[in-house]
Design a binder for this molecule. Structure first.
Ligand code: HEC
Ligand code: HEC
Length: 252
């Protein structure tokens, strides 16, 4: 039942590794036998069948970010989530689920999933008293400032050029940046991956949160590491920031 129209070799590898410990794909869930697939409106069933393989059972994270992250859920809004689930993220392994985009879920089913994620896993007030960054970037970002911000906030774990250390993996090599969108990078910087020990935007340096602009700039620098090679699957025409990485890279 899990529907995954396009998978990069990278994602397939993760799925193979994950399938050993998550719900077996293709097995109807208990109790769903009599219900036609497009009539299923139970959150647990829909999540397990469509999302758990990549985002983890109970939203606790897998190859992709944990959705049961209350910091993430306090920053993203339901509309943005609905859009991502309906249309997917082009150039990444995040599939489009809406029937209008070639998927198998109805709009109602997508609403059940997004509102279920927010109501079950969100925690109201968790960011009270903080000054959280915007979910989406307001400006393009400055690559040179981003490199400096990376040195300040990220290099201690990921290395001065992002090549990795024993405290954080390599994140500037093309095999990583080519398969993640700019919003995907921004989300990772804002929310971290608490399930893997990656700090959120407040905790890279204890007591020194990143500003919204620093987050935008660091993402611009990471995005500028993408190599534009012909034949690469990456194409983020739905991503307003992406087309700027090409001229910026050439002018260096
Ligand atoms: C084959 C793997 C895969 C499956 C299945 C999958 N996702 Fe994703 N998802 C991803 C990846 C990879 C990303 C990051 C995309 C990017 O780089 O922006 C993502 C991103 C997201 C985001 C956006 C995170 C952000 O930056 O705000 C949401 C929300 C999301 N997925 C929800 C879901 C839901 C709900 C389902 C099930 C209906 C699902 N995903 C199924 C791989 C998957
Ligand atoms: C205290 C150490 C530490 C700091 C500081 C840190 N990270 Fe991380 N980061 C991690 C760990 C641990 C992970 C999860 C495991 C891994 O991929 O290494 C991670 C994961 C990531 C990932 C996801 C990698 C993947 O494969 O999904 C990105 C992107 C990332 N960090 C970017 C950054 C950026 C940008 C900064 C600075 C703004 C930063 N990190 C600061 C430790 C850190």
């Amino acid at each position: 039942m899990t529907r995954i129209p396009y998978l990069s070799a990278f994602a397939v590898l993760h799925l193979v590794l994950l399938s050993a410990c998550s719900t077996p794909n293709g097995q109807p869930q208990k109790g769903s036998e009599q219900v036609a697939p497009n009539q299923v409106v139970d959150f647990g069933t829909l999540y397990a069948q469509n999302c758990a393989a990549c985002h983890g059972a109970e939203g606790r994270g897998g190859a992709s970010i944990a959705l049961a992250n209350p910091v993430y859920l306090a920053i993203v809004d339901e509309n943005a989530m609905h859009k991502v689930v309906a249309n997917g993220v082009r150039g990444t392994s995040m599939p489009a689920f809406s029937q209008s985009a070639g998927g198998l879920l109805t709009d109602e089913q997508i609403n059940v999933i997004t509102s279920g994620i927010l109501s079950r896993w969100g925690r109201k007030g968790i960011l009270d008293g903080t000054n959280p960054p915007f979910y989406a970037a307001k400006t393009e970002g400055n690559v040179d400032h981003g490199k400096l911000a990376f040195g300040t906030y990220c290099a201690s774990c990921h290395g001065s050029e992002g090549g990795g250390t024993d405290k954080g993996s390599a994140i500037t090599n093309d095999s990583f940046v080519a398969l993640v969108s700019n919003q995907g990078l921004r989300t990772l910087v804002i929310t971290g991956r608490p399930e893997l020990g990656a700090p959120d935007w407040r905790a890279n340096i204890p007591g020194k949160a990143m500003s919204d602009q620093e987050i935008t700039d660091v993402v611009a620098w990471l995005a500028s590491r993408r190599v534009q090679s012909p034949g690469q699957p990456y194409s983020a025409s739905n991503d307003p920031l992406h087309h700027h990485s090409e001229p910026l890279e050439k002018s260096k």
